[in-house]
Design a protein around this ligand. Structure first.
Ligand code: NAD
Ligand code: TYD
Length: 334
């Protein structure tokens, strides 16, 4: 199988590229990534010389490039996105461009190449948010996004489904809950808090820290996408989650505990505008139909994650100092 993986230099995409190349030694992977601030080739240093791996720097919204690349592959797995809610609040233009226009361009290319198999990686945030006690999101939950990020992902999901119904494009979608694990950019909760504490800095908890997320270790998300591209039913959506609802303050305390730091390091800061209260996923469908469920429990996943940041200090220090961007400028120009 030959896969075009977009956004493969980001957090989940790089874990997925590694997952595929390690598990299927005869598969070929093309990684198309624009190397925005969130893309980092250091995430793939260990596999860059793999003969079955090819990196292409480019934009999923580039018609010519994408049109050429899809001709030669069996499956497209679309991770490429602007992914950080706080950035979408500050400036949402890039979110519309990549998440909506870029996904549309990939769909057009997949259609024009004769109808390529297309898997779209999406988020549970498209369903909006839950109050405590509400039932978890599932595949029938109506879309009700509340941030520019989740609205742009919702738009992309609708386009993917429209290409299935209108053009018969063989698509699947996964809507996954919050991921954590190795290579997560240190602007998201885990990466930021762990690295701040390792630097002796305080950690900014938004509002009162009672907002709830359903956390999934990144390797488990990769396993779910692997199942879907091999056994998923065309035209279907699968909700993927960790069965691991935790308030932000619970994550914060766990990180403090693993690092042996005390609560003085917490700084309660102004809340995020429109902050979604709670996400939770019912992953009964993918469990029943494809036999997938998370393998990594919370304590194990948290320990592995903290240890990874401890062991990879150069990786996150280069990011936090901006040093990592210089490499690309040298390699690929600005
Ligand atoms: P990320 O921000 O770490 O990585 C995104 C990658 O996409 C980067 O490598 C970036 O360079 C690349 N990219 C951005 N714009 C591009 C463009 N126009 N063309 C080509 N490449 C481009 O994101 P992530 O956390 O790894 O998320 C990956 C996908 O998974 C996203 O679609 C996101 O919506 C979805 N998702 C994320 C989570 C989560 O908790 N992080 C949960 C569910 C779903
Ligand atoms: P984040 O990792 O940005 O993921 P998302 O907003 O997509 O769920 O944030 C996870 C939760 O952590 C969210 O409720 C916001 C909160 N948070 C903080 O309290 N402080 C921070 O500095 C960050 C980045 C997030």
């Amino acid at each position: 199988m030959k896969l075009l993986i977009t956004g493969g230099a980001g957090f989940i995409g790089s874990n997925f590229v590694r997952h595929i190349l390690n598990k299927y030694p005869d598969y070929q992977v093309i990684n198309l990534d624009l190397l925005t601030y969130a893309g980092n080739l250091e995430n793939l240093r260990d596999i860059e010389k793999n003969q079955n791996y090819q990196f292409v720097k480019g934009d999923i919204a580039d018609k010519k490039l994408v049109g050429d690349l899809v001709k030669d592959v069996d499956v497209i797995v679309n991770f490429a996105a602007e992914s950080h809610v706080d950035r979408s609040i500050l400036d949402s233009a890039a979110f519309i461009r990549t998440n909506v226009v870029g996904t549309h361009n990939l769909l057009e290319a997949a259609k024009n190449a004769g109808g390529k198999r297309f898997h779209h990686v999406s988020t549970d945030e498209v369903f909006g948010h839950l109050e405590p006690g509400d039932p978890a999101f599932n595949e029938s939950t109506p879309y009700a996004p509340r941030s520019p990020y989740s609205a742009s992902k919702a738009a992309s999901d609708h386009l993917v489904r429209a290409y299935f119904h209108t053009f018969g494009l063989p698509v699947t979608i996964s809507n996954c809950s919050n991921n954590y694990g190795p290579f997560q950019f240190p602007e998201k909760l885990h990466g930021l808090f762990i690295t701040n504490l390792l630097e002796g800095k305080k950690i900014p908890v938004y509002g009162d820290g009672t907002q709830v997320r359903d956390w999934l270790f990144v390797e488990d998300h990769c396993g779910a996408i692997d199942k879907i591209i091999h056994d998923g039913k065309i035209g279907e959506t699968y909700c993927v989650g960790g069965d691991c609802e935790k308030p932000n303050i619970g994550i914060t305390r766990k990180i403090l505990e693993i690092l042996g730091k005390d609560e003085e390091m917490i700084e309660y800061v102004k809340d995020r505008p429109g902050h979604d209260r709670r996400y939770a996923i019912n992953f009964g469908k993918i469990k029943r139909e494809l036999g997938w469920e998370p393998k990594t429990d919370f304590d194990t996943g948290m320990k592995k994650t903290v240890e990874w940041y401890q062991a990879n200090e150069a990786w996150w220090r280069d990011i936090k100092s901006g040093e990592y961007l210089k490499y690309y400028e040298k390699q690929y120009g600005k």
